[in-house]
Design a binder for this molecule. Structure first.
Ligand code: ZN
Length: 267
């Protein structure tokens, strides 16, 4: 699904929606779920058509019709990573490779979807002490950092620290500093096939981080940045010799016939 000139960008915010229903303090911070707060923020932008999806819905919130119509998927998960079906993770991976954008938030670093797309362990170290976090902008010219100052101040946050088991990011946009001394590559991007991926670390459920205007700005910027860019990168296609752009005057032996199928080599 690629976006035309006047067509809205179709955004689906997926949330496992577990902590908000099991913990009174989290429910007080996010009465309509983390997805509800994020949807309110993204709906400020008229060019976005925003829907939400949760784990307990049919097809775990992402039936093929919804996933196929999604231009950018936002993912928040923590307690229920294992409950997400492998088949769904595979379908999301396929959609990303075909061009769908993916924004993975906070504890989504260990989601099946993120780990599958990164191909690494994606582990990190953490501490829940409600300490100060400064999210430093290290790539101020990047569109995801648009409208921000030098750093984002978060009064109470969960520490995420290095080493973070990710492949080297294509772009690093934010590095977080924590009161206890650690640093963390908390805002980074990758490309898989035609799809853009943005990981952003702030967002522990026990703190009102997704109400922070600058955090909402980064997520909005990330969604806009991750929008599909063009046609799918990976389309297998055999090009017969007679369809070559230029006549090939000298070519060696082949073990494939004109249609590209393997044939028994002559002895
Ligand atoms: Zn957390």
């Amino acid at each position: 699904m690629f976006v035309g000139v006047m067509q809205k960008l179709s955004v689906t915010i997926w949330n496992e929606f577990v902590h908000e229903r099991e913990n009174a303090e989290v429910a007080r911070i996010y009465p309509r779920g983390i997805h509800g707060t994020l949807a309110d923020a993204l709906r400020q932008r008229t060019e976005l058509a925003v829907r939400t999806a949760t784990l307990d819905e049919p097809d775990q919130g992402l039936p093929p019709a919804v996933l196929d119509a999604t231009d950018v998927l936002v993912w928040w998960g923590h307690a229920a990573h294992a409950a997400v079906k492998d088949d769904l993770a595979a379908r999301v991976q396929e959609r990303v490779i075909a061009g769908m954008g993916l924004v993975v938030l906070h504890s989504g670093h260990e989601s099946k979807i993120f780990m599958r797309l990164m191909g690494t362990g994606c582990h990190l170290c953490w501490r829940e002490a409600g300490e100060r976090e400064r999210v430093w902008v290290v790539n101020p010219g990047h569109p995801i950092a648009a409208g921000l100052g030098d750093c984002i101040e978060i009064e109470h946050s969960e520490m995420y620290g290095e080493p973070f088991g990710i492949p080297t990011p294509e772009e690093l946009i934010f590095i977080s500093w924590f009161e206890g001394g650690e640093v963390f590559r908390g805002g980074a991007t990758w490309t898989r096939g035609s799809g853009r991926i943005f990981y952003f670390s702030p967002g522990h459920e026990a703190y009102p981080i997704y109400h922070h205007p600058d955090i909402q700005r980064v997520i909005t910027n990330g969604v806009l940045w991750a929008r599909p860019q063009g046609r799918p990168a990976e389309v297998p296609r055999h090009v017969p010799v007679e369809q070559a752009r230029q006549k090939i005057t000298a070519h060696g032996p082949s073990v494939h016939d004109a249609a590209g199928h393997l044939v028994s080599p002559k002895s």
